[in-house]
Design a protein. Structure first.
Length: 333
């Protein structure tokens, strides 16, 4: 038997063994890795949901920091797409197919010559922070089953572990926002209520002065005209931008429907459905309750249709204990 025949027999034997082994490996592969990160689910979610953030923690970014990258679609969330081309990591793209803040993110990955794969991140609140689970699913062709079956945990598993470890470092370095308070919110049907109001623009520091001026002017007018009030002072927040400091507020006093507004004032009507919650405490700390109410609306698929407003039940000139100051918050829906 010459050498060529021997080589062919050996190759045939190897191929036969490969075929038998391929039949023993599954046609679908699944891998997942988890880690607990000492940060809020939203903080970790944001690091994954914005694809440009992956440069801070992805294992594959370390392999070739100079890879050609392009981004398409929205900055974050569903539809965001990232493509790369590299002599070390090949060519491919990834797109976020589902994004549910801050619970989960699903992606579809396509690598040239390897087909498509699916991955999902799950963010679960636990003691100590957030448990992040990152999984991978892919259908495997018959002839590649042996290679994928033997190498998946070794190479991809290690890449996932290193990526999650860096994600932990990055997420834990982000300043954590204060935890949102637990609130009781409800949907109410408001009966028609009228108010005499004035409108003003100011900045964040000027809010107390602006409201004080409006309430004083409106009350002096109401008193001079002997108009009967029908409720507590209120303020409607038409614009509130902490980034720029711009504030546009309309404030005043509830009155009867027959009342007439004075100079630079107007009579407004407030009614319809609204979401409401009650806040107790200093006005300076009320923004967290606003954030909690917005989160409640988001989770319950409730969409606000206009500017929110506050109703100040407690008179701070009478009650000096700020912990007892009661404010009702409303969002029209």
């Amino acid at each position: 038997m010459n050498a060529v025949k021997v080589i062919l027999i050996i190759l045939a034997a190897i191929f036969g063994i490969w075929l038998v082994a391929s039949a023993l490996f599954p046609s679908h592969c699944h891998l997942e890795r988890s880690i607990v990160i000492n940060a809020s689910p939203q903080t970790v979610f944001d690091q994954v949901n914005t694809l440009k953030n992956w440069t801070k923690w992805s294992y594959w970014e370390e392999l070739d920091p100079n890879a050609k990258k392009t981004y398409e679609g929205p900055e974050a969330g569903k539809g965001s797409k990232y493509s790369w081309e590299s002599s070390k990591t090949g060519k491919g793209n990834m797109i976020i197919t589902e994004s549910t803040a801050p619970e989960s993110i699903r992606t579809e990955l396509e690598i040239a010559g390897e087909g498509k794969a699916l991955a999902e991140f799950k963010f679960e609140p636990v003691d100590g922070g957030t448990k992040v689970t990152w999984d991978f699913d892919k259908d495997v062709s018959f002839l590649k089953r042996v290679f994928v079956g033997l190498m998946l945990n070794k190479f991809l598993g290690e890449a996932y572990e290193k990526g999650l470890a860096k994600l932990k470092t990055v997420s834990e370095s982000v300043p954590q926002a204060p935890a949102l308070p637990v609130i009781e919110a409800s949907v109410v049907e408001l009966s028609a209520q009228y108010a005499i109001t004035m409108r003003d623009t100011t900045d964040l520091q000027g809010i107390p002065t602006s409201l004080g001026m409006i309430f004083q002017t409106v009350m002096e007018y109401i008193t001079s005209k002997k108009i009967e009030t029908s409720g507590h002072p209120l303020a409607i927040w038409h614009a509130f931008d902490p980034a720029t400091g711009y504030v546009e507020v309309e404030a005043g006093m509830p009155v009867t429907a027959s009342a007439k507004a004075g100079p630079n004032m107007k009579l407004i009507k407030m009614d319809g459905k609204a979401v409401t919650t009650t806040y107790f405490g200093d006005y300076k700390k009320m923004s967290l309750t606003y954030d909690a109410l917005r989160e409640w609306m988001n989770k319950n698929n409730v969409i606000p249709t206009g500017a929110p407003w506050d109703v100040y039940i407690t008179d701070p000139m009478v009650e000096k204990d700020t912990a007892k100051w009661q404010t009702e918050i409303y969002f029209p829906i």
